[in-house]
Ligand binder design. Structure first.
Ligand SMILES: Cc1cc2nc3c(=O)[nH]c(=O)nc-3n(C[C@H](O)[C@H](O)[C@H](O)COP(=O)(O)OP(=O)(O)OC[C@H]3O[C@@H](n4cnc5c(N)ncnc54)[C@H](O)[C@@H]3O)c2cc1C
Length: 245
């Protein structure tokens, strides 16, 4: 029987199944957490509200209350045994696969904005020359070259983290690096593209303002920018979560 809340559930309204992490033993807290597949039609899973958001408005974000929500034993994922050393660490491992995907979304959004601004700059007769130093070019072209360099770094980190996940290699560090870099430059690039396009970029006549709004969540969910940096620092310095908070 599950009791509590599951908030910020992406696609929760339209989903047929919702994954809920819950502790089997309140006294052990997160060390005893397990994941459960809960059917959306389960009468104990009550949709409380849908969030109104800055971006990704085509994606619903649901808040559920679980009240005496009975879940069959076979719908618990993984072993039923409580291993306090592995409980929370197991939950965290799922991020090794999902963070590179969010990084991929940030890379894709930024790419779309770059392609759009490139078209606008070309239409405005601004030449982007890869063979000349940025300082000798139009300011908008120099900004574009800088953005492409940042984009390329995010893209390569994302490819690396994704390749490692696909090939079953431990990739926590690379997943966080990709997410941190792509999340940050995704926001910077899309907002800069709005800026370069001026009032047209800010208006709903183009998708630039949408991509700028959508990008911020990619720097937040599946672990914020600050949390990725914390994880990276812990890994590089070989510190535990209690040693580096
Ligand atoms: C639209 C949307 C969809 C979502 N979808 C899902 C979903 O499907 N499933 C799901 O489980 N969750 C989902 N989430 C939740 C999301 O993953 C979290 O909101 C996100 O990871 C941030 O956690 P938090 O809200 O607890 O932030 P908090 O921990 O409250 O952080 C607040 C701020 O403090 C900073 N901060 C916190 N701790 C530290 C620290 N130690 N050092 C420095 N800075 C710190 C954070 O970086 C952040 O800037 C979604 C959220 C949103 C907004």
């Amino acid at each position: 029987m599950l009791n509590g809340e599951k908030i910020y559930v992406t696609s929760g309204e339209r989903a047929e199944l919702v994954v809920v992490w819950a502790t089997l033993d309140r006294s052990k807290g997160r060390a005893a957490i397990k994941s459960f597949v809960v059917e959306r039609e389960n009468p104990g899973l009550k949709l409380e509200r849908l969030e109104h958001k800055l971006g990704i408005r085509a994606s619903d974000t649901a808040a559920f209350r679980l009240e005496d929500c009975r879940v069959p034993r076979e719908d618990m994922l993984g072993s039923p045994d409580v291993d306090v050393k592995q409980g929370f660490a197991g939950a965290m491992q799922t991020f090794d696969n999902t963070r590179p995907l969010v990084a991929g979304m940030a890379v894709g959004c930024a790419r779309a904005a770059l392609d759009e601004i490139r078209t606008l700059l070309t239409d405005a007769d601004v030449e982007i020359d890869y063979d000349r130093p940025a300082y000798s070019q139009h300011a908008a072209a120099a900004a574009f070259l800088q953005m492409e360099a940042d984009w390329e770094a995010a893209y390569l980190l994302t490819m690396e983290a994704t390749w490692m996940a696909d090939n079953n290699q431990p990739n926590s560090l690379q997943a966080s690096m990709a997410k941190a870099k792509a999340g940050r430059v995704g926001v910077e690039i899309t907002l800069k593209c709005v800026e370069l396009a001026g009032s047209f970029g800010y208006s709903e006549g183009s998708l630039l303002e949408k991509w700028a709004r959508d990008s911020k969540i990619l720097d937040i969910f599946e672990g914020t920018q600050q949390i990725q940096q914390l994880i990276i620092a812990r890994r590089l310095l070989n510190k535990s979560s209690s040693e580096l908070k």
